[in-house]
Design a protein around this ligand. Sequence first.
Ligand code: SER
Length: 325
Amino acid sequence: MARKTPRILVTGAVGQIGSELTMALRKRYGNNNIVAAGHRKDPSLALRDSGPFDRIDVTDREQIEQVVTRHKINTIYHMAAILSAVGEEKPQLAWNVNMGGLYNVLEVAREYKITRVFLPSSIAVFGPETPRDCAPQETVLHPTTIYGVSKVAGELLGDYYCHRFGLDVRGLRYPGIISSETPPGGGTTDYAVEIFYEAIKHRRYTCFVREDTVLPMMYMPDCIKATIDLMESDLYCLKHHCNFNVAGMSFSAGELAAEIKKHLPEFICDYRPDFRQEIADSWPKSLDDRPAREEWGWKPSYDLASMATDMLKCLHARYEKGTLP
Ligand code: SER
């Protein structure tokens, strides 16, 4: 049976993933069916002018309720979160936003009979005891960051709402996401985005993890595709719900710098690891994403070379136009 047109709320819509996800959903389902919600940061003109925009603090349940009822929302993509590095600086804030916000969204979804909810999880659910290569779907989850702790709890809470209340909640363990539109804020994998901006602007970058640090990464078009494909798949195909591993590519910081150098030979990268090194060292290098491939047909399109080519092209165009921050 065809689903009725989604009326979607995207929380965290001004963030790195939320901003591009909102525009992709607007293109797919119609601008006015997608309500973007941000908190403090102002939306870009494109985001603000292409459809409804509201301010929501997700730690305040009433604010979520009001937007859901006012816009007759039936689907929520809950992208608002505090990431790993800021989380270590402000653990209380990370818990309040990540857990309190998630609980509020799930409770509003239960009460107002929302048909589908997307909850992003992360490679941060893993910890030093997880196998570093090809981390399995089912494995030890002992994260060492408050962000990871909140993501493990979020996966479990989402699965609980599925089996206890019959709420259709789905989620992916995102790797580091690389994108050219909105810079990420406060994550450990941010170096893989910053390096491109600095290469374009100054031909130089000081990386905050060691050259040999390998982490799983994904380019934004694959991230958007994975998110929408999972949300559009038939419920009966899914054995997992809130915790799908999804792999894109894996490379070291040094390999990334070398790839950029192929395009910009004068580019120089040096390395000055800070507290984020320890976080990076607690995460796996690569992921086994067979359940995502088998249950809903996940397949990434970009590898390191094609991602770097496209990133440099997009950022160069923005630099020329004078719109690169
Ligand atoms: N990109 C996130 C971070 O680094 C991981 O999900 O915090």
